[in-house]
Design a protein around this ligand. Structure first.
Ligand code: SAH
Length: 279
């Protein structure tokens, strides 16, 4: 599969908002630089329509937003470029590192070995970091966890390492599924994490979860919310991210959340994660 690498010129203040919009258009990965946002999309998904659409989106931002360059890259090249940018990092109780990084985890941390490949969720994105910070407050020993939009599988792996009994991880993206399966094996949690291709419909109606994690994007979360809530146990916890601060009111107004209480809302840059409990 071939990818398109786009370099967008956009001022730093507007990069977060632009990333949120591009996620809706199914762009896969982002690298923020000074005055520039580098992003990738599969060639199949990048038609003339998306080009026009991106130009429209950019035109709506103040300043000189435009497509600086557009280049077709093979999978292989993209991986190599991408891998160079990934470094081990401490996130809350966790130490997240790719397998090609030789650093050792601090003794009081929980190691997550995540090879990001092309999937989003390297531990670098704010929303992944926010989810990982909330997880120790949410996951209890023996829990059944749903990981909607699993990406690299990072949240399922973290949940099992915190003592969860089982995680059901799903994603609509083929690359993410393959990547999640690999990472689940690397972390030796393959017996406890079920990775499935698809969306919420792959979960049997009657299955109820102690914890539901969904780090996707605003519109997908809004569409999925009634089903997510339906799958929560009566004392279950729901954690949402992939949301900007500006999405918070819209999310809190959702009918599906009427029976839930917001317990915690945490923030990094313009991104937030919200933790709910059934009341
Ligand atoms: N959970 C990971 C990845 C988040 S990125 C983390 O926290 O880092 C969001 C993921 O949701 C992507 O891998 C994307 O493919 C997936 N996704 C987008 N729409 C979806 C849908 N309707 N159903 C399931 N997964 C979806």
């Amino acid at each position: 599969m071939k990818y398109i690498k786009l370099v967008l010129s956009v001022t730093n203040d507007y990069q977060e908002a632009l990333i949120a919009e591009l996620l809706e258009l199914e762009f896969d990965a982002f690298e923020q630089q000074d005055g520039k946002l580098i992003t990738y999309i599969s060639r199949e998904r990048f038609s003339d329509v998306s080009r026009e659409r991106i130009e429209q989106v950019l035109a709506a931002y103040p300043g000189e937003g435009h497509i600086q360059s557009e280049e077709v890259v093979a999978d292989q090249n993209w991986n190599q470029e991408w891998e160079r940018t990934i470094k081990a990092q401490r996130i809350g109780q966790f130490f997240v590192k790719p397998t090609w990084d030789n650093s050792t985890a601090p003794s009081n941390s929980i190691l997550l070995e995540i090879d990001p490949k092309m999937a989003f969720g390297t531990g670098y994105h704010e929303t992944t970091r926010l989810m990982l910070q909330l997880l120790p407050h949410v996951v209890k020993s023996g829990d059944l966890v749903m990981d909607a939009g699993t990406g690299t599988g990072v949240l399922s792996i973290a949940a099992i390492k915190l003592g969860a009994e089982r995680a059901v991880a799903f994603d609509i993206d083929d690359w993410s599924i393959r990547n999640a399966q690999e990472n689940v094996l690397i972390n030796q949690v393959d017996r406890k994490v079920e990775v499935a291709k698809g969306s919420i419909e792959i979960v049997p109606d009657e299955t109820e979860f102690d914890v539901i994690l969904a780090n996707i994007n605003r519109n997908t979360i809004i569409d999925m919310l009634p089903s997510l809530v339906q799958h929560l146990k009566s004392d279950g916890m729901l954690v949402l991210s992939g949301l900007l601060i500006s999405d918070k009111d819209t999310i809190l107004e959702q009918e599906a959340l009427k029976k839930l209480t917001l317990i915690q809302s945490i923030r990094e840059n313009d991104w937030i994660a919200l933790q709910f409990k059934i009341t």
